[in-house]
Ligand binder design. Sequence first.
Ligand SMILES: [Zn+2]
Length: 341
Amino acid sequence: MKIVYSDKHAQHDPQTFIVRGVRQRSAEQPERATRLLAAATNAKHEVIAPKAHGTAPAETVHTPEYIDFLQTAATEWAKLPGASAEVVPNMHPARAHASYPKALAGRAGWHQVDLACPIGPHTWEAALASSESAATAADLVLDGAREAYALCRPPGHHAYADMAGGFCFLNNTAIAAQRLRAAHQRVAILDVDVHHGNGTQGIFYERSDVLTVSIHADPMNYYPYYWGHAHETGAGKGQGFNLNLPQPIGSGDAPWLAAGDSALARIKAFAPTALVVALGLDASESDPLQGLKVTGAGFHAMAGKIAGLGLPTVLVQEGGYLSDDLGQNLVRFLSGFEAGR
Ligand SMILES: [Zn+2]
């Protein structure tokens, strides 16, 4: 399988992450991509570089003011007296009746939904390259490949049209889906990351041409808390075109794969002609975030089921944090996918 990868991700190494009020190093570290790449290369997958698309793919799902913010925030922040190395907001608007301010501190709070998406000096370059990897993988599929995998870092599925969050800046999965729309009337997204794909859901929530389905740890007790509940089914024209399948914390292979069957049944009923898989590997039993307990065999089996749809598919890397199994879980998923074709 072709793997699209850029080493520009390594320039983004977020230092700020607040857990129960304590500042820690972020779990979203460059080493993640290094391990995923090494495992995929060992498994003889072919690695290619993304094409230079610039901001065009990102502009199809994000607002101009948000892209401008991501592009300029770190430079402007560095000019502020006493500023930290990373852009971290200190207030967030409840957006109802709020106005968009000029001050960078205010814009940061507007565009950064939590404290898990600090913007460093080269975050923009990394996020842009990540989005270009997703766009390039989508182009491979548009050009006739049955599948392609974008090794995206930073990840994207928590990013809304104008909000970063949860380690995510540009929504690579949404960018790939929107790109596939050029040749496909209906595109489905299946998100198997342990966290709900809230940004992706938000981007397509009022649309009926992109079905969003997410299997994740129950947000009643897990990030992103406010989104990912079963009653969120879409709105307006998109009513009925969003399916959330929250799982009890700690669930293992059997319920996770059963949720996969429910997801695939909904996708079949939608009858898409292309698919994007938001491939988080953090549902692993070995993942430090410990939301679900999926095994390597579970990833392999889920991939086989998804491949059985027979759809042109773009696989987009989302979460999955440092553990001894991280690289191997990717390889198990990719081999399961190829076996299921
Ligand atoms: Zn995740």
